[in-house]
Design a protein around this ligand. Structure first.
Ligand code: ADP
Ligand code: MG
Length: 695
């Protein structure tokens, strides 16, 4: 048995490995490239590639791949072996060119029209800030994926660009405080929720197989109402899964830290220690992949869908986000001195203004057909974006805005840059679990992300929006005659103009919806509602100004999001029809026949035997069979009608307002049949079996 410290990062070509295996000059050159984001010299790349190959072969690898994140939400890889023919034998080779650039024939990934088929090839290029690693005997090189014309075809390119944008602007702001840092990076710790179900049960459910969620299923008598699963004892089988998961993640240098049972039965969570955003994004993709792989080894299936089961909580991915300097300071840490406090308040205001002005983009960044089942459904944050900052901080902001006194002792008027902020106990900031965007003492927790999605999109938006506000602040403050009073005025003005986004109350409460509307906040309930704002002028201006997306790239994303939404619901609808036609309707018809025969036989035996149960059940099933059948026909007709819609916006709208309600109606009839039918006769494992292991 190896110890954790021995296995940790053992499959990663990390800094220590590079230092040990590369000639000093090469190591230095590579470090410089990584730090400055410069192009890697081909001579250096050749040496690095060779060392990487030798290391990978020692670890049992035979192939390499450029590992990338196309707009499908999952990662992609195409393996090439190291072999190269020589004198009738083979040698193992890997060149610098192969390391830094790849040309996968990847024409089938969604591109939103970015690639005409004649130039369908995409290019991959090494993101040297993310270490290469070995997975399943393959050396994986984390890469970006672009078109021939340099347009981003993946999730990573824009994320890296957004990190550049916030770096540029934050460094400007920090200079004003006499803070001479070289660079800032955003950091993320994503908490991953998931469900585990028994594989043999999963295999019997077409909906889980095709759609990743149950499309039918009557509630079990028990759900999560007793909260007895949350943080409960972990079952041995799950514990064995978690143990192996941790080991696999640690090997890849992923800082798996916390594990526990979540609110819903069969639901769990894993949280890593935070890291730089693009690495956190890579690691989260790997985490999801490895969760699924390890679960199978334990005869379970890991469900990453946002809402696998109706009636119990769905799964999200809390995105803990902060900004830190190359000198190790966390810019969202309130600090000790008046100057640190002032700097903190300015960064806080940048986030407040960003969240208010780009509510729509934040909502869009988490929008998907799957996540629509969670947001606003009294289990996850509402679809309304708002911010929680805690009462202590709210009081401070209020005191600044109104120029009133703060605190019980001093009764002084708060002057930024002069007075020290009182210390606020960290845990008072972490109480509100209903807020979509909560300040938790030294970071923000964006809680709207769905469990299945990449964290790249949300962080691209967050980084870029905050970069924009920092830019505006820097523009104003750089020219100020009196920095301190200009700073005070700017903070005051920002609070006053954007405080509507701050809400410290219960985000699940009905009254918040009304109140939010009064405040003029957006309530974008569904993915099509949200996507409609992606190409609004202010959003296009934001992304193009900071060189995160070109207009063409944004239009492509708009297209991909709409397409994906429609395709997901189409698959779900077809799966429901398949299950109804092939399994549910025939099973319930046969069951009715069986009950009818039982009644007939009982009556034949003696006319005075009571057959109320059989007769009434047959009658109820008959009515439900008819309505289910009609609903099947309706869904079929409406699906057929979608074929004539050519515009993607109209198509998405149709899936939302026609197909989804059809599916809901059909489900209600089917679930009602499941409720009264014998468990022997129902063609699928029940919620009770899936969630509690009982029939
Ligand atoms: P909990 O939410 O369970 O109280 P923590 O608040 O300590 O736990 O951390 C939750 C997540 O936030 C963890 O993944 C942690 O690594 C991450 N986190 C902590 N500090 C930062 C930071 N400065 N930037 C980004 N993420 C952070
Ligand atoms: Mg948390």
């Amino acid at each position: 048995m190896s110890t954790v410290t021995e296995i940790f990062s053992s499959m990663v070509f990390d800094d220590a490995t590079m230092e040990a295996r590369l000639p000093k000059e090469t190591y230095k050159a590579l470090q410089k490239t990584i730090k400055d984001g410069k192009h890697l010299d081909i001579g250096v790349a050749n040496v690095v590639a060779n060392a990487m190959k030798d290391w990978a072969i020692e670890k049992g690898a035979t192939h390499y791949t450029h590992w990338f994140q196309p707009m499908t939400g999952v990662t992609a890889e195409k393996h090439d072996s190291f072999i190269s023919p020589k004198n009738g034998k083979v040698i193992m080779e890997f060149s610098g060119k192969e390391l830094i650039r790849g040309e996968p024939d990847a024409s089938s990934f969604p591109s939103g029209g970015l690639r005409a088929t004649f130039e369908a090839r995409g290019y991959t290029a090494w993101d040297a800030t993310s270490y290469a690693f070995i997975k399943d005997g393959v050396l994986c090189i984390p890469t970006v994926f672009c078109s021939y014309g340099g347009e981003a075809l993946d999730q990573k390119t824009s994320l890296l660009r957004s990190m550049e944008a916030i770096n540029r602007q934050a460094v400007r702001v920090l200079k004003l405080f006499g803070n001479d840092v070289k660079s800032v990076k955003t950091t993320v710790g994503p908490e991953q929720e998931y469900f585990l179900v028994d594989k043999s049960l999963y295999d019997k459910r077409k909906d889980l197989i095709y759609a990743g969620r149950t499309l039918y299923g009557a509630r079990a008598p028990k759900g999560q109402e007793l909260d007895d699963h949350y943080f409960g004892t972990i079952k041995p089988r799950v514990a064995a899964f978690m143990k192996e998961l941790n080991e696999e993640l640690w090997k890849l240098g992923i800082l798996a830290k916390t594990e526990h049972n979540e609110v819903a039965p069969a639901q769990h969570e894993m949280a890593p220690i935070f890291s730089t955003t693009n690495i956190a994004a890579d690691h989260n993709q790997l985490t999801m992949e490895i969760m699924q792989k390890v679960a199978k080894k334990h005869n379970m299936i890991c469900l990453l869908h946002e809402k696998p089961f109706a009636g119990v909580n769905g799964s999200g991915k809390h995105n803990n986000w902060s900004i830190s300097t190359d000198t190790g300071a966390n810019l969202l840490e309130p600090g000790e001195t008046p100057y640190e406090n002032a700097q903190f308040l300015l960064f806080l205001c940048a986030v407040i203004k960003a969240v208010d002005e780009y509510q729509d983009l934040l909502r869009i960044s988490v929008a998907s057909a799957g996540n629509d089942h969670r947001l606003g459904a009294n289990e996850a944050p509402p679809a309304i974006v708002s911010m929680f900052i805690g009462t202590d901080l709210a009081e401070i902001l209020n005191a600044i805005e109104t120029g009133s006194t703060y605190g019980t002792k001093e009764q002084e008027i708060l002057k930024i840059g002069v007075h020290t902020l009182p210390k606020f106990p960290k845990d008072t900031t972490d109480r509100n679990r209903t807020s979509p965007f909560a300040f938790t003492g030294n970071k923000f927790e964006f809680r709207m992300l769905g469990s299945a999605a990449s964290i790249s999109c949300a962080n691209t938006v967050l980084n870029t929006a905050v970069a924009e506000e920092l830019k505006q602040f820097a523009d104003q403050l750089e020219g100020a005659a009196d920095f301190e009073s200009a700073l005070h005025e700017l903070i005051k003005k920002t609070i006053s103009e954007h405080k509507r986004i701050i809400f410290n109350g219960d985000g699940y409460d009905e009254s918040w919806v009304v109140e939010a509307e009064k405040r003029g906040l957006l309530n974008l309930k569904s993915t099509p509602d949200a996507i409609a704002h992606l190409l609004d002028k202010k959003n296009v201006d934001l992304f193009t100004a900071h060189k995160v997306f070109t207009t063409t790239e944004l239009e492509a994303r708009h297209e991909v999001m709409l397409e994906n939404y429609c395709k997901v619901i189409n698959i779900e609808a077809l799966t429901m029809l398949d299950m109804a036609h092939k399994d549910i309707l025939p099973a319930m018809s046969a069951y009715s026949k069986e009950l009818s025969e039982a009644a007939l036989e009982k009556t034949a035996l003696s006319p005075d035997i009571d057959c109320t149960y059989e007769k009434e059940t047959v009658k109820s099933l008959g009515a439900l069979l008819t309505s289910a059948y009609r609903q099947v026909k309706q869904l079929e007709a409406d699906l057929l009608a979608t074929k004539s819609i050519t515009d993607n916006v109209a198509l998405a709208e149709c899936y939302k307002s026609t197909i989804l309600p059809d599916m809901t109606a059909l489900r209600i009839s089917a679930d009602a049949m499941e409720t009264i039918a014998s468990s022997e006769k129902w063609p699928y494992p029940s919620y009770g079996e899936l969630l509690f292991g009982v029939r």
